[in-house]
Design a protein around this ligand. Structure first.
Ligand code: HPA
Length: 294
């Protein structure tokens, strides 16, 4: 299971084994899972009754290799809602298969999670976006998926979901509306946006021609993650909300001298960590309330 690159390497027994191992280690039964993007691991700081597991100690779990991704699963509660935080995620560019990248999502499903809150860092393509804006993901473009790099390729396991899942409503409209309201209440309405996120495999940042193509395709921001996890979450019936922190402006202009780098991405993450944490905390309790009233 730990080997990189195989197209589908996880059997239902692998998922079950990891789920049972975790459920034997913790009595927390999370209802909400939060996947923390680059430099956003601090989002787990507000968790009470914390129980932390390093990825390398969890059977079958991949290990993250990127600076800014700590590699821990944190269980606990946020305002009485049981949750689990992934501090660090897995990316295609690290050499992992999409089955490994999305492995934790199915574990969350088997543990009883109902909603997934995904965060990431992305480059702003929409000319109106500014560095530090928080974009609520309205929809996505699965560019690697167009080329056959898709987490649901291979035999379908009906225990998780159907062969041809609908993706037209991947990001919960209701939770997006809640996020927008919460953002305004917190006084950050001025920099909360909504838009379409595009996934590229990376690891290089885009060329100017690629960036211009993405702009023409209708992408508002671009990043190297999120879409596989969201696709697998939606496939197995989880509600999804996505927050993308705009950490840089993607260069659409050959005369620009600006050069994007990973350190800048992490820096902006730190700058907005406080606001994002409040937003995530409030959204978690709303997720739980709206499930209770359904
Ligand atoms: N491109 C791709 N991924 C990213 C970027 C970007 O500009 N910024 C943060 N992640």
């Amino acid at each position: 299971m730990h080997t990189k690159g195989d197209s589908c390497c996880c059997s239902f027994e692998d998922y079950k084994l990891t789920t049972e191992w975790l459920m034997n280690q913790t009595s927390i039964r999370p209802k909400v899972a939060v996947i923390c993007g680059s430099g956003l691991g601090l989002l787990a700081d507000g968790v009470s009754h914390k129980q932390t597991f390093r990825y390398q100690d969890i059977p079958n779990f991949p290990v993250s290799t990127v600076p800014g991704h700590e590699g821990c699963l944190v269980f606990g509660t946020i305002q009485n809602t049981p949750c689990v935080f992934m501090q660090g995620r897995f990316h295609l560019y690290e050499g992992y298969s999409l089955c490994q990248v999305t492995f934790p999502v199915r574990i969350f499903k088997l543990m009883g999670v109902e909603s997934v809150l995904v965060t990431n860092a992305s480059g702003g393509i929409c000319p109106d976006f500014k560095v530090g804006d928080i974009m609520l993901i309205k929809d996505h473009i699965n560019l690697p998926g167009f080329a056959g790099q898709h987490p649901l390729c291979g035999p379908n396991d009906e225990r998780f979901g159907i062969r041809f899942p609908c993706m037209s409503d991947a990001y919960s409209k209701e939770l997006r509306a809640v996020a927008m309201d919460v953002g305004s209440d917190l006084g950050c309405g001025g920099f909360i946006r909504e838009g379409v996120y595009c996934m590229v495999s990376g690891p290089n940042f885009e060329t100017v021609a690629e960036a211009r193509m993405l702009h023409i395709l209708g992408c508002d921001s671009v990043g190297m993650s999120t879409v596989p996890e969201v696709t697998v979450a939606k496939h197995c019936g989880l509600r999804v909300v996505g927050l993308s922190l705009i950490t840089n402006k993607v260069c659409l202009d050959y005369s620009s001298e600006e050069k994007v780098n990973h350190e800048e991405v992490l820096e902006i993450g730190k700058m907005r960590a406080g606001v994002l944490q409040k937003l995530v905390t409030t959204l978690i309790s709303h997720c739980q309330q709206s499930i209770n009233t359904h």
